[in-house]
Design a protein around this ligand. Structure first.
Ligand SMILES: [Zn+2]
Length: 126
């Protein structure tokens, strides 16, 4: 059994509105938070340095990221509406969790969180 995942309400709102703003392009945000033995808590988002908002996730220069241990994963949007990871997404996994929000980005119904293996994780909004 994996760790429990919690996402602060303000983080969910930021991710949804950021995705809406960039639609139909793909948006990317870094997820910041805390990890302990039992849980992962996402408390903040950060606009990645040098992010390019192209139509694919490949526009994200992961190699240019500063080393920052409060970054626990990456959120990005799927303007196509597909609420599942692509092969590229899984190959580019960064951090502990990946969050995907799919069009129309209205609520947490349009968000999934995945582990490194691409398995959806249950999460709670707090
Ligand atoms: Zn993707």
């Amino acid at each position: 059994m994996g760790k429990k995942v919690f996402v602060e309400r303000a983080v969910v709102d930021s991710i949804l509105s950021y995705a809406q703003m960039f639609h139909p392009r793909e948006s990317i945000l870094l997820l910041k938070g805390k990890i302990d033995k039992k849980k992962i808590v996402v408390t903040d988002v950060q606009i990645p340095p040098l992010a390019t908002h192209g139509s694919t996730f490949s526009g994200f220069p992961l190699s240019r990221l500063p080393i920052d241990f409060s970054v626990i994963g990456v959120a990005h949007s799927h303007p196509s509406g597909a609420l599942r990871p692509s092969v590229t997404d899984l190959n580019k996994f960064y951090g502990r969790i990946m969050l995907i929000t799919a069009y129309p980005y209205q609520s947490e119904q349009n968000i999934i969180i995945l582990d490194r293996k691409g398995k959806p994780l249950k999460y709670a909004v707090i």
